[in-house]
Design a protein around this ligand. Sequence first.
Ligand code: C5P
Length: 314
Amino acid sequence: MHTYSLLAHAKINLYLEVIGDRPDGYHELAMVLQSIDLADRIDLRANGTNRIQVHCDHPQVPTDERNLAYKAAALMTEEFPDTFSQFGGIDITIHKRIPVEAGLAGGSCNGAAVLVGLDLMWKLGLTQIELQELGAKLGSDVPFCIAGGTAIATGRGEQLSPLPSLEDMYAVLAKYQSLSVSTGWAYQTYRQQFGEAYVSNRQDLLGRRQRVHSGSMVAAISHRNNEQIAQLLHNDLERVVLPAQPRVAQLKKAMQQLNPLGVMMSGSGSTVFALANSRAQAETLRSQLQQQLADPDLGIWVTRFTANGIQLIR
Ligand code: C5P
């Protein structure tokens, strides 16, 4: 049986608002998510055993049950036991390009790629909605990673409304390689510090969700107004991550001094991104930032917005 190779695209958050608590212990969020062309490659191959094996050359990526790609495969074997016994176990190889624990959904998109890849390999014919429902069991960002593009995400982040795609925009990502932020920590700390202001009644909750749908960020996206999109960037989690991680705050300041369209932290960090109108502008920002900070620990990536989530390449 041949190898299925898929590209799993990273995301950035153009908008992230924490609205309140949920009965399941997660947070009610209102977000606008955007796929970028920075991607991991995931190879799936039947291995003739009854086991799932994950291979990855990145030292920070676990290859056991903790890996979302592993969890995705395990979920598929539980959901489709007859197909699993017919096709047998699989080797999953992750070629890591997306920085780890960076607020870019690197783990989630690997899980998404395994769901999409096994659906193809096992000829299950699942719809995108069915794949996204499975994805939501693995993590809040997995459904978006399957769909890709530009979308509003509410609920835990799994309820999606697609928006017009934005492909003429670039994001320069910067991250200190040695600095990671745990998403769980960021939300827990946010709750401790700002939980008193959480919306608690259902009517207000629905109102806040609606505000994003009819809000200025979505209008700016519909008009493909890059300058306005950049001005409206927002991320509530900066309120806890920037004070706790002064290097992330300094990085954001250094990027702002270069006068890009806009600068924001992605997800729970520690990646900070700057927006640009063209690849040339983005490349200039990259070299200016490299010169200004001259730190070998700093990773910088020039990326373009994309409409793709998971892409089969072979
Ligand atoms: O869903 P995922 O596993 O990616 O979430 C990681 C952690 O982030 C959760 O364990 C939870 O602490 C926090 N989280 C949250 N509310 C969300 C999404 C994530 O509190 N909507």
